[in-house]
Design a protein around this ligand. Sequence first.
Ligand code: ATP
Length: 297
Amino acid sequence: MSILSIQNISKSYGNIKALNGVSFEVPQGAIFGVLGPNGSGKTTLLSIIVDVLKADNGNFLWFDQPSSPATRRKIGTLLETPNFYHYLSAFNNLKITNSISGRGNVTEINVVLEKVKLLERKNSRFSTYSLGMKQRLAIAGALLGEPKVLVLDEPTNGLDPVGIAEIRELIKELSIAGHTIIMASHLLDEVEKVCTHVAILKKGTLLTTGAVDDVLVDNDIVEISASDNNALLNILQSYNGTEQVILENGLVQIQLAKGTARPEEINAFCFSKGITLNHLVIKKKRLEAKFFELTNN
Ligand SMILES: Nc1ncnc2c1ncn2[C@@H]1O[C@H](COP(=O)(O)OP(=O)(O)OP(=O)(O)O)[C@@H](O)[C@H]1O
């Protein structure tokens, strides 16, 4: 079953097209990253799927059903930092969250505090919390009402490295505990480390989506040269399996799918076409380079 199915969603603010016909599916149990640079439409998309904003076109289904109070009860959201009271304890702050949102009940508060590892500090004032603890408390608030799905907008934004690591660990633990997680991020590294699936947005358009291992797979790059690199480029047009062949810094770069680089084959192919190589090196394409290429081309 697909937890969320987004179909052809578009949204404009005046003449700014924030989302342009975006479609993708979030599988059950995924940690799904919505990845894109600033301004690519991530917050707009998350706001639409939690009914804070209305799409101009397109629709979305939660648990194969149109959005309704019943589906919304199964979704915990954290789109912006909640306004917790600084002079109250974590426990009392969550009591207020519970009474305002109507989600969950008071007996659940200790359970969600335990989940985010704040139970021991439940009576400490919010003002004594580190930024990472404050964010974990915000996630605890989103966990009230036992949601099946958590929607988090840039959950590690503004945190120090320790806080970031804590939140990433927590997200993985919540996933193991059975929650499907949908999170926006502008950090490729974060999506690689935390997410199982990804949708990459650029200026409101979906560039690609799928399992992280498939979408962000490393490519093999074979770098070769000969005395006449233009002739080399030319013959490679008929070499099977290349994804891209370019001339860069005086070397010919052949991009191949991961694990398909066979240097002896390329060497033999060039030789059979009358070209002797004077350089042959295999490299891995950096994921950053791939992300840069995806979002810039
Ligand atoms: N209320 C608004 N009024 C006008 N334009 C808006 C509004 N909200 C967002 N936009 C514009 O829509 C586009 C998408 O913004 P959005 O906040 O969804 O992107 P984002 O990927 O979440 O970016 P960021 O990471 O910076 O928050 C941007 O060009 C933004 O300036």
